[in-house]
Write a protein that binds this ligand. Structure first.
Ligand SMILES: *[C@@H]1O[C@H](CO)[C@@H](O)[C@H](O)[C@H]1NC(C)=O
Ligand SMILES: *[C@@H]1O[C@H](CO)[C@@H](O)[C@H](O)[C@H]1NC(C)=O
Ligand SMILES: *[C@@H]1O[C@H](CO)[C@@H](O)[C@H](O)[C@H]1NC(C)=O
Ligand SMILES: *[C@@H]1O[C@H](CO)[C@@H](O)[C@H](O)[C@H]1NC(C)=O
Ligand SMILES: *[C@@H]1O[C@H](CO)[C@@H](O)[C@H](O)[C@H]1NC(C)=O
Ligand SMILES: *[C@@H]1O[C@H](CO)[C@@H](O)[C@H](O)[C@H]1NC(C)=O
Length: 938
């Protein structure tokens, strides 16, 4: 609808746990890393260095003074001139103080060294770019070098660039840690350099370290050298690295110990790699098992690529007090937060190790190509984690939840209009799923060979996005996995070029055993008035599962829809057998069928053969059905029929979309059938919940715990008495506390049920806690309380009272932000926005006066009070307000007009769907056995 409403309108009780997938931010397989995405898009705007010279080697010496967090540096950069030029431009942070610069060139046979005079050396005042003007033009092809001596400060506020941090040991001793995180463009803060990924050069690093610490870098130490007159420190000279980008250079100086012994792994390609794990001595016990895990994941990944890295050793470091959101993934030296390295699961390690190939061995040419890199790493890491522990750590979130969030976002009228920061993430998720689609449709081997070829071509170099698609294409053509007239790149482009997904509709002809397949853009929110919708077409793989030859391992398409609106399928089964198009969500698109095929599916799912359809496909059928009904593409009776099998379903992956369904549909339908819908929810959930409670165990899996708490939260919301009683009992502890404002002794999950079903007195107590909330306590607790006070109640009294106090009486304990929050929360349920509407209507003059100079609040009020109605009677209410105050809406004039247009659309939907829903619910409720005495009706 409108761009209003906070993203978290869901009133589910445990706001954290129970958010439907479209309300939580996407499950990030890979936490955003700074080279990627947001920063990457900012960085893409960066000026690129002129290409007059190119570095061919760095010889870098660092003398850190750890106590003072400063360092001296000396760097010699070998250069070759690519153009005739009399200047050299390179990166250098403003904080670096250069004390000496020298430029020299070599004679033809390197027999002579000439010093070139520097006319002028200037720092760009706005950019970290250093310009050195020479006294003459140097001919293209000349070789030479530039040398800088300089002083720098170590970063102490964050753990980026060349940083110093301290930690306190258990014995209360303060210890210093130094390290680097040079992604994305922090190398220039450590030394003057050509800080762009495409300049891949060898590095020779030397560093002074205290004798009681160790220094780790990308390569082993070649030589350690005493320093005359300095008994406590030595020089470590590291071996020369392979050619690499500046940001992959790494260094750690700390008091670390190795965990257990090194392991030398020989990969399939014959390469040997020594694997080691490091941490501070006290932390090593927490790292127990990491060596084995490292070997396991490393072996898996190196054999996937079958291309040995040109480094001999790889270190994982748990660095005390390292604060980066992401590990510092230097080549051969990956620096983790202690808790990250110690954590269970394989996903993060798999992605970090994958970056050693896709990121370090080959590197995106520019920051704009980084999202493809991230997506491929994300995909491979997920697959590898799956292979190792069957995806248990992802608990079905991948690929499912991430895919569902794409379905919701891309079917909006204006994708990404609410949270712009999400755009990069969803784009990346989509590409991850495209890689999955290609792996499944081309076959694992063809896909892997394509990637291997890609790496072979681009190792030691940088690549552009399309290079991956081209490599996959040649592999696919070689193995005859796609026809000559389509290319992997055009397939990929049809999915990446826009923030939309297709809906495929399959209409079978049972006599002819054929089916007519069409595609169009998938739109859920009304009105479906997207410009150019007709011209959007995708290359879609049509993979089919059929009940006469049930086989879900066959994932290659029987046909590709080649950018065409229609396609005909032949040789389908007879009318006793269903077909499933796009099983296992092979492509990221929903599928609609004719009524008969849906019925065949519904019947089959209710039979004892249900489990022959894998859970991801069962979930998809259910998810597609209700989303299509929600979108107006399918009868709700059919969609609800697809939920009947849930009475026997116990798989959490299949249940997951059910909670979203309850939330979305529950919020969309009018008050008029809300009671019946609630009864349906209870009938659906109570058998599951009772069983989950009966089988509760100490050592149970996480998914079981989550499923139980979700089920409970939703049942509670639907008026399940035992849960409400429990909530009230807990809440009473707070009410009896001597100083209730000191803190809230009860868990958040109990608050919403009490505000919804509890007494006015209980609710009022909560209100007083917000009013008296001490500034010293965490404000997020106050916000949570205020959100639930506004969003949970269904009684008009409570909502009116809140509006009276905060808006009419202007109680000074509430800020404008609070009022925004209240309005937004009220849009989440019919009782909320209807009461807000009444409040607006009754207090028109007062409110108009009050918000006279607060256009934002006024606009927000009009939006929240008018935009959410979905019925004809709602339309009449809003229209009559519009008519009676015509000309008085001011800045919100266009808002209410837009509301009316939208409600008109929604009212059509309601007119068509509500009777169908009601009829289905009536029939259903007449036949199920619900212990209604266990429920409060509302
Ligand atoms: C490490 O290697 C040494 C020498 O080979 C051996 O004695 C020791 O038991 C090993 N330690 C572990 C933890 O495997
Ligand atoms: C891996 O690479 C090596 C050497 O390049 C080759 O001999 C071997 O056959 C490859 N293994 C696989 C499984 O492709
Ligand atoms: C790719 O597809 C194959 C099936 O062809 C599957 O076994 C494999 O797990 C998938 N993933 C990867 C990374 O190969
Ligand atoms: C729903 O299922 C019932 C029986 O299970 C069937 O009679 C009815 O036709 C189905 N309705 C729709 C719209 O598919
Ligand atoms: C809210 O204020 C109005 C007008 O001041 C009053 O009539 C109404 O009773 C109040 N409602 C509540 C619940 O406080
Ligand atoms: C906060 O609310 C209390 C009780 O309603 C009231 O007495 C007090 O004046 C309010 N504080 C401010 C700053 O308005």
């Amino acid at each position: 609808m409108f761009g209003v409403g906070l993203a978290f309108v869901c009133l589910c009780f445990s706001v954290v746990q129970s958010l439907p997938p479209d309300k939580v931010s996407a499950f990030h397989i890979i936490k955003t890393r700074s080279i990627d995405l947001n920063t990457a898009y900012g960085l893409s705007m960066e000026n690129r260095l002129n290409k007059a010279v190119q570095p061919t080697n760095y010889r870098l010496e660092l003398e850190p003074y750890l106590e003072d967090a400063v360092f001296k540096g000396h760097v010699k950069i070998n250069l070759v001139w690519l153009l005739d030029a009399d200047e050299i431009t390179l990166h250098c942070a403003h904080e670096i103080e250069i004390t000496e610069t020298e430029v020299k060139i070599l004679g033809h046979n390197s027999d002579r060294v000439d010093t070139i005079d520097i006319v002028k050396q200037t720092m760009d005042p706005k950019k970290p770019v250093l310009n050195i003007k020479l006294d003459r033009i140097i001919q293209r092809g000349t070789k030479g070098f530039i040398v800088f001596s300089y002083n720098g400060n170590m970063e102490t506020a964050t753990t980026e660039a060349f940083f110093k941090t301290v930690y306190i040991t258990d014995q209360e001793v303060e210890r210093i840690v130094a390290g680097t995180q040079l992604r994305p463009t922090n190398a220039r803060r450590m030394f003057p350099c050509f800080d762009e990924p495409s300049y891949k050069t060898p590095f020779e690093l030397s560093v002074v370290r205290p004798k009681n610490m160790i220094a780790l870098s990308n390569t082993p130490v070649a030589k350690t050298e005493e320093i005359t007159g300095e008994p406590n420190a030595v020089w470590d000279h590291f071996e020369k690295t392979p050619p690499m980008s500046t940001f992959t250079l790494g260094l750690v100086i700390a008091d670390l110990k190795q965990l257990g012994n090194s392991t030398v792994v020989t990969d399939d390609a014959g390469g040997k790699m020594e694997l080691r794990v490091w941490g501070r001595p006290e932390f090593l016990p927490a790292l127990e098992g990491i060596n084995e895990k490292f070997v396991r994941v490393f072996t898996e990944i190196s054999n996937y690529w079958n291309s040995s890295l040109p480094i001999r050793r790889m270190d994982l470091v748990a660095l005390p007090n390292y604060q980066g959101v992401k590990p510092a993934d230097n080549w051969g030296l990956i620096v983790f937060k202690e808790s990250d390295l110690a954590s269970k699961g394989y996903l993060q390690l798999a992605s970090e190790l994958t970056y050693q190939w896709m990121g370090a061995f080959t590197t995106p040419a520019w920051w704009t190509d980084a999202h493809l890199n991230k997506a491929l790493v994300g995909y491979l890491a997920a697959e590898i984690a799956f292979k190792i522990n069957n995806g248990s750590e992802m608990e079905g979130k991948w690929p499912m939840t991430v895919l569902y969030s794409l379905y919701y976002e891309f079917s909006k009228r204006y994708p990404h209009s609410r949270i712009t920061g999400m755009k990069q993430e969803t784009t990346c998720t989509k590409i991850e799923l495209l890689f999955r689609m290609f792996n499944l449709t081309l076959g694992g081997e063809t896909f892997r060979n394509g990637l291997r070829d890609f790496l072979e071509i681009s190792k030691y170099k940088t690549f552009h996005g399309d290079d991956i698609w081209y490599a996959l294409d040649s592999s696919a053509k070689k193995d005859k996995k796609v026809a000559e007239d389509i290319s992997v790149r055009s397939i990929a482009r049809s999915w990446t070029d826009r923030d939309r997904l297709p809906l495929v509709t399959v209409t079978r002809n049972y006599d002819a055993k054929t089916a007519h397949v069409t595609q169009k853009v998938f739109l859920r929110e009304r009105p479906h008035d997207v410009p150019d919708a007709d011209r959007m077409l995708w290359f879609i793989p049509l993979v089919i599962a059929r009940s006469d030859k049930l086989d879900f391992t066959k994932t290659s398409p029987v046909a590709w829809m080649k950018n065409q609106k229609e396609h005909d399928l032949k040789d389908l089964p007879n009318k006793e057998h269903f077909i499933i198009v796009n099983p296992e969500e092979i492509g990221p698109y929903p599928v609609n069928y004719d009524q008969d095929n849906w019925n065949l599916l519904a019947t089959y799912l209710q039979s004892n053969k249900r489990n022959l359809i894998p859970e991801l496909t069962r979930a998809k059928l259910l998810h597609d059905a209700w989303n299509l009904a929600y979108a107006g593409e399918l009868s709700f009776a059919t969609a609800f029929n697809m939920t009947l099998f849930l009475k026997d379903e116990r798989n959490h992956i299949v249940w997951d979309p059910v909670f979203t369904m309850i939330d979305h549909i529950g919020r969309h339908i009018c008050d008029c059938i809300h009671g019946k819908f609630q009864a349906y929810v209870r009938a659906l959930l109570s058998p599951l919940y009772e069983e989950l409670v009966k089988n509760e165990r100490e050592d149970e899996e996480n998914w079981r715990k989550n499923l139980r708490s979700h089920t409970k939260a939703f049942l509670c919301q639907a008026g399940y008495k035992p849960c409400i009683r429990e909530a009230q009992e807990q809440y009473s502890k707070w009410m009896q506390a001597k100083n209730p404002d000191e803190g809230n002794p009860i868990s958040n999950q109990y608050i919403c049920p009490v505000f919804k079903y509890g007494t006015k007195k209980e609710w009022e107590f909560g209100l007083q806690r917000v009013i008296n909330f001490p500034p010293s306590r965490k404000q997020s607790e106050r916000t949570y309380l205020l959100k639930t006070l506004a969003g949970c109640p269904v009684e008009e009294y409570k909502i009116m009272r809140l509006l009276n106090i905060t808006v009419l009486e202007g109680n000074g304990n509430f800020t404008e932000t609070d009022i925004f929050l209240i309005f937004s929360m009220l849009t989440g349920a019919p009782q909320g926005y209807t009461t807000l509407f009444t409040f607006l209507k009754n207090n028109w003059d007062v409110l108009k006066e009050k918000f006279h100079s607060k256009t934002n609040l006024w606009d927000n009020l009009i939006t929240s009070a008018t935009s959410q109605f979905t019925t004809q009677s709602g339309l009449e209410m809003v229209s009559s307000l519009y008519v009676s105050h015509q000309g008085e809406f001011g800045s919100a004039e266009h808002i209410i007009e837009k509301s009316m247009r939208n409600i008109r659309e929604e009212a059509k939907w309601s007119h068509e769907n509500i009777p169908v829903i009601e009829q289905w619910l009536d029939k259903y409720l007449a036949n199920v056995d619900i212990k209604e005495e266990q429920f409060i009706d509302n």
